[in-house]
Design a protein around this ligand. Structure first.
Ligand code: HEC
Length: 128
């Protein structure tokens, strides 16, 4: 009985250490800061988004059938590079659309829309 009890305690301590090590590895791997930890508590998929997210991939899948050349080329939609719209107005356009452009607020998360807006505003004013 005595033996079993200490075995259980030791097993628990060992498991806790393994868990703590695992947590530490996954956190250092993601190079987190306090805001990442807070975000991950609210959104369990946060680290996954952060590691796998590509704004260009998102643009390619949602926007490039109308805005070609990753935003550098006029097609059904205008060229986005060099837009005179403010970041806030770009966010609004992506979220709510403007006929014939659809709004994306139901398909995309606010942080994804903001990432697209940052990307568009970061494009140099060049045309393909
Ligand atoms: C169905 C085609 C279509 C799709 C898909 C589309 N757009 Fe558009 N977009 C347009 C058209 C057309 C306009 C011009 C609308 C207007 O202002 O009259 C436009 C305008 C814009 C503008 C405003 C540009 C400016 O300077 O006035 C932004 C920003 C924009 N689109 C971003 C996006 C993003 C980001 C996506 C993907 C999430 C996207 N669009 C998807 C057709 C589309």
């Amino acid at each position: 009985m005595q033996h079993n009890l200490s075995f259980t305690v030791l097993t628990r301590v060992a498991l806790m250490m393994i868990c703590a090590m695992g947590l530490n590895i996954s956190i250092t791997h993601a190079k987190e800061d306090v805001t990442d930890i807070a975000a991950a508590e609210v959104d369990p998929n946060y680290f996954q988004y952060k590691e796998n997210f590509s704004v260009k991939r998102l643009f390619a899948s949602r926007c490039s059938w109308c805005h070609q050349g990753y935003g550098l080329k006029q097609a059904d939609g205008p060229r986005l590079s060099g837009t005179t719209k403010s970041k806030e107005n770009v966010i609004e356009q992506i979220a709510y659309g403007k006929s014939p452009m659809p709004g994306f607020r139901k398909q995309l998360k606010p942080w994804q829309i903001e990432a697209l807006a940052d990307y568009i505003k970061a494009l140099p004013d060049v045309e393909l």
